[in-house]
Design a protein around this ligand. Structure first.
Ligand SMILES: [Zn+2]
Length: 298
């Protein structure tokens, strides 16, 4: 039986049920509550195996991109199943995957809930979200106080802030506002703390959409990044691409590359309009599961 299925949109309650169904089926799956969002929703990490230098996969940074959470959880399920039944995943013997895989399925649970349920998803921030939404035509991607989590990491943040202002983003917004200072948001701090504590060998940040892989931060190219990026591109058919404009700074991948000088990737899954329709999910799985499995062993 599959526990992670594409039958429904990924409300935070659905995600929580999926996580704990997986834990029940595979008791050796580690599940930790690593932080809470502004609206006090849990931010979880899943741990498959145990080792130094883990691979960290994080998803659900942006509200409209909840399909990334579905993908991250489905990957966790496929990996747990292959390990439990001593079988293979994408032709790779699960016994060869000795590195710990850490999965954070949803970094921004409030943003996802607001994207799916509107202001009702924002709890005590509902009025705030209503006001911000009223002055914008953009769909909601930010957290509950209108900060874009992937603009809130401490990498070139001041430069990014100036660029946002030039684009007319001067305060809380459905997307692309980086906050009043870097790491101002509990969701950002949660991922920063996990990353500092575990010092991953590489990180993959899942976003949608575009079928693209970003692997540099400015001129910074950590050792092995290019080799891995080329392998991921070959495995997925996704295009390698350089950052430009407002996607140049402040992201998790940018911060990780700058802080650790280790490979960090942003993978934009699927192609079309966010939120991607559920019928695209099978194709996305086919493209990305081999890449994620290779990332686990390389
Ligand atoms: Zn995104």
């Amino acid at each position: 039986m599959d526990y992670i299925t594409k039958n429904s949109v990924m409300t935070i309650e659905t995600q929580r049920k999926m996580i704990f169904s997986l834990k029940k089926k595979y008791p050796c799956l580690g599940v930790r509550l690593i932080g809470k969002s502004l609206c006090q929703r849990g931010i979880y990490s899943l741990h498959i195996g145990k080792s130094e230098n883990p691979l960290l996969i994080a998803a659900g940074f942006h509200g409209q991109e909840w399909m990334t959470s579905l993908l991250a959880l489905r990957f966790a399920e496929l990996l747990m199943r292959a390990k439990a039944y001593r079988s293979t995943l994408c032709g790779i013997d699960a016994a060869c995957i000795s590195r710990e895989i850490i999965i954070v399925p949803c970094v921004n649970p409030d943003g996802v809930q607001i994207a799916i349920n509107g202001v009702d998803g924002a709890c005590e921030y509902a009025e705030n979200v209503r006001e911000i939404s009223a002055s914008s035509n953009e769909k909601w991607n930010a957290n509950a106080r209108g900060v874009d989590i992937n603009h809130n990491f401490d990498a070139g943040w001041n430069k990014l802030r100036s660029m946002e202002i030039e684009e007319g983003i001067v305060g809380p917004s459905p997307r692309r506002y980086g906050g009043y200072m870097p790491e101002s948001e509990p969701e950002t701090i949660t991922l920063v703390n996990l990353t500092k504590a575990r010092r991953p060998r590489a990180v993959i940040a899942l976003h949608s959409q575009g079928e693209e892989i970003f692997w540099e931060y400015g001129e910074k190219k950590p050792p092995e990044s290019e080799r891995l990026a080329k392998i991921f591109s070959a495995a997925s058919g996704y295009t390698l691409i350089r950052n430009s404009g407002l996607a140049s700074h402040g992201g998790y991948k940018d911060w990780f590359i700058e802080k650790f000088n280790r490979p960090g990737f942003t993978v934009e899954i699927g192609k079309g309009k966010n939120p991607l329709p559920l019928q695209d999910f099978d194709g996305i799985l086919k493209d990305t599961i081999p890449m994620l499995t290779l990332a686990a062993i390389l």
